[in-house]
Write a protein that binds this ligand. Structure first.
Ligand code: ZN
Length: 412
């Protein structure tokens, strides 16, 4: 294993590199937004709205770049100064040891970073989103979301971490595969029960009652031979005017959830087109594929974690005098971050290909133009940037751009 002095500079190098690439791509994207739009989306915005959309992009990009500059500098300072080793020592002086020391260490860092992030989140919701007319959230909702998030973290995150540390203690390097199995089971469970267990904590779900829409959906579901029994509406308007829709579950547990904001913004044909697109994802097995991909990614990450976890030099590089499991988790998290970026890059590539396939599915049932109409409306309502830089798309986008999608739906 490498010397601690070298390790710390590798960590600093990786963090700086990640940060610089992120900023560079953001800046490229921002200056690209001044270019004329491709012909597919010419005239989508009025001149006034186009200026507004650009200002919105500029404001969000600048704010997020500022925050990431400050937080990267703080993190680098903590890393180089050996703060993490120092913090571990303070907690063990308080009497924490073993698994409880690890849990206390992670929980305390999480709390500190969340306390710092809260005013940042507040600013982006109540200042930026508010300024552009998207925010419908109240301080009360914001505050209760925080509390619920903490409780959820305690109920879900705590047992998962506890299991991880128990397995590390009992099985040494072999911990990774039983933990992998446990995480996989948890992910499958969540796929089934997310809408039933998690969504209602934050939102109200109610059955869709619009007769015309239900009739259309029925017609569509017969046409594509795909039974849809559970169509729900969620009160997304509680927080934002932005619209969305999602599917969850497998087999008989399948549910379609539409934001009330989507129901307000699109007409019935456009909503049916969105449905057809979502059904396309199921029919082409994209949901299963995505699941398989994340199970594989988790396994690979855990395996790599197990090969590096017992290196004492990693802990020493973070300021400890002995091997400390939770310090190694931080160091390894940074060391394997390039792998995450690469997997994320390919994951986005696969996802964009799947979006084209789902669009083609909708088109094959005659929903092509309605889908385009719906996508255009959502772009305008959300003041989305319709012309992102190609690098930005390659790096960050799980969906193709609006122009690319229109082009592919209308092709031939
Ligand atoms: Zn899709």
């Amino acid at each position: 294993m490498l010397e601690p002095d070298l390790i710390i500079w590798i960590l600093v190098g990786l963090i700086s590199f990640n940060f610089l690439v992120g900023i560079l791509i953001d800046r490229l994207n921002l200056s690209y937004s001044k270019k004329p739009f491709p012909k597919e989306i010419e005239g989508i915005y009025t001149k006034e709205d186009q200026e507004k959309a650009r200002a919105y992009l500029r404001e969000r990009t600048n704010f997020s770049n500022l925050i990431s500059t400050i937080s990267t500098l703080i993190f680098l300072a903590l890393l180089i100064s050996g703060f993490f080793g120092f913090w571990d020592q303070q907690l063990s002086l308080l009497g924490l040891q073993g698994i409880w020391l690890s849990l206390g260490f992670i929980a305390s860092l999480f709390l500190i970073s969340d306390l710092i992030q809260t005013p940042i989140q507040w600013y982006s919701v109540f200042v930026i989103e508010e300024k552009y007319g998207f925010n419908t959230s109240s301080l009360k909702t914001f505050f209760f979301d925080k509390i619920k998030g903490y409780l959820l973290g305690l109920v879900i995150g705590f047992p998962i971490l506890y299991l991880l540390f128990i397995l590390i203690e009992k099985m040494n390097q072999g911990f990774w595969w039983p933990f992998w199995i446990a995480i996989t089971l948890f992910m499958i469970f969540m796929q089934f029960f997310y809408t039933t267990l998690i969504v209602p904590i934050f939102n109200k779900l109610s059955p869709v009652t619009n007769e015309d829409l239900l009739e259309k959906i029925n017609e569509l579901s017969n046409k594509v031979s795909f039974p849809i029994t559970n169509v729900l509406m969620i009160d997304g308007s509680k927080r934002s005017t932005k619209a969305n829709a999602f599917f969850s579950g497998f087999g008989k547990k399948k549910k379609v959830v539409l934001y009330d904001t989507l129901l307000n913004q699109l007409n019935i044909n456009e909503i049916s087109a969105v449905f057809a697109h979502e059904i396309g994802h199921y029919k082409r097995k994209h949901i299963l594929q995505g699941m398989a991909l994340s199970i594989f990614q988790t396994g690979l990450t855990l395996f790599l974690l197990s090969t590096l976890l017992y290196s004492e030099n990693l802990s020493v590089s973070l300021g400890a005098e002995r091997w400390v499991v939770h310090l190694n988790l931080i160091a390894i998290g940074i060391l394997i971050s390039p792998l995450g970026s690469i997997l994320g890059f390919f994951g986005n590539m696969v996802s964009r290909k799947n979006e084209y396939e789902a669009d083609a599915f909708a088109r094959s049932f005659g929903y092509g133009e309605d889908l385009i109409g719906g996508l255009k409306k959502l772009t305008i309502k959300n003041l989305s940037n319709p012309n992102p830089h190609p690098f930005y798309v390659a790096w960050n986008y799980s969906h193709p751009t609006l122009a690319q999608r229109i082009n592919s739906i209308r092709k031939e």
